[in-house]
Ligand binder design. Structure first.
Ligand code: GDP
Ligand code: ZN
Length: 334
């Protein structure tokens, strides 16, 4: 058995770099993927067996993840989907002159939820109208991301701007890029590695839509630095466990909520609600409050569905004669 790290996902097959430096294409041991849908993801440390005369290695175990980027599986109702593991930083990329702040709020929640350092990368700075426009966006992002997140402004036309990103990926660390397709992630990765690593989507004249390119997910070494992982083709960013992420991404609202009269205030029509008061006074924008409530509701719903699925599984298990440990009862709050 050898230890190794998944450095690439190639058409579903993990490519593992063993401690010995060998690259082995792997499949999962049946015992590992039976029942629970556990799959090794990019960044995972794994134990691999390479049987004699076998063309593929076999992943026997996935070691505990220090960090994971998790979203709700877009095809299933209540399953988590891990997209990357064991990274140190999440870069959230958005184009400076075409920001989607609502999406940014969601991306920040998912990024903060991982516990990694978070940096917002504002791309395509060359397309910005003016310095003032750049400043205005930066201010707005700082407002949304809070003091914990750094913001860097880059332009593919200005390679020097990319240095601000490079210093955030020192040797021995791994950073993950998230962001909608077309925001300029691959261009940025190419600049970081100094050569064309990834196919860059060509933008069709007129509709601005990128040509669809399939790129395999991989850990790409930055010369003199650590690794970057681009996550192409990640469309939906449904929340999974997101309480901590929401708390971090909406620290301003959470702070207000602490002043609410009821600890479990839903900020709807409860008396003594400090959050609603802040919205009424204009201290907290209506839009931000709506985002907060929406994301909280989304994660609460996922949690509910998850519980329901667990209950259903429990019933099934009991009828088929399997025993399960008794479910722990959660104490009611307040
Ligand atoms: P990805 O889908 O996030 O990886 O985005 P790409 O790196 O493929 O870039 C999408 C499009 O934006 C391509 O046409 C790039 O040439 C263009 N692009 C990327 N970075 C910049 C930039 O800094 N300035 C400008 N003007 N265009 C850029
Ligand atoms: Zn309240």
């Amino acid at each position: 058995m050898q230890k190794g790290q998944v450095v690439k996902l190639d058409r579903g097959y993990p490519l593992v770099r063993t401690d010995g430096g060998r690259l082995v294409r792997c499949e999962h041991a049946t015992a590992l993927v039976k029942g629970e849908q556990v799959r090794a993801v990019i960044g995972d440390w794994v134990e691999v067996a390479v049987p004699e005369g076998h063309d593929k290695g076999i992943i026997e175990a996935i070691l505990p993840r220090t960090r994971a980027f998790v979203r709700k599986d877009p095809t299933e109702r209540a399953l988590p989907q891990v997209l990357a593991a064991n990274f140190d930083r999440v870069f959230v990329a958005q184009p400076l002159s075409d920001m989607n702040f609502k999406r940014l709020e969601r991306e920040l929640v998912l990024a903060y939820e991982t516990g990694a350092a978070v940096t917002v990368v504002l791309t395509k700075a060359d397309l910005a109208e003016s310095e003032d426009a750049v400043r205005a966006v930066r201010d707005r992002v700082r407002e949304l991301a809070g003091p914990a997140a750094e913001t860097v402004v880059v332009s593919a036309a200005d390679p020097a701007s990319v240095e601000a990103v490079r210093v955030l990926v020192p040797a021995g660390t791994t950073a993950v890029f998230i962001g909608k397709s077309g925001v300029g992630k691959s261009s940025l990765v190419n600049l970081l590695v100094g050569h064309e690593m990834q196919e860059t989507a060509e933008v069709r004249e007129g509709d601005g839509k990128g040509r669809h390119t399939t790129v395999s997910r991989e850990m790409i070494p930055v010369p003199g630095g650590g690794y970057v992982v681009d996550m192409p083709g990640v469309r939906g960013l449904g929340l999974w466990d997101a309480d901590a992420g929401i708390e971090a991404a909406f620290a301003d609202v959470e702070q207000l909520a602490e002043q609410c009269r009821f600890r479990d205030c839903r900020h709807l029509d409860e008396p003594g609600c400090a959050v609603r008061a802040a919205v009424d006074s204009g201290e907290l924008s209506e839009a931000r409050f709506a985002s907060y409530q929406g994301l909280r509701q989304e994660t609460a719903q996922v949690k509910e569905r998850r519980e329901e699925a667990r209950r259903l599984r429990g019933e099934k298990a009991s009828t088929s004669g399997k025993r399960r440990p008794p479910k722990s009862r959660k104490g009611k709050r307040g």
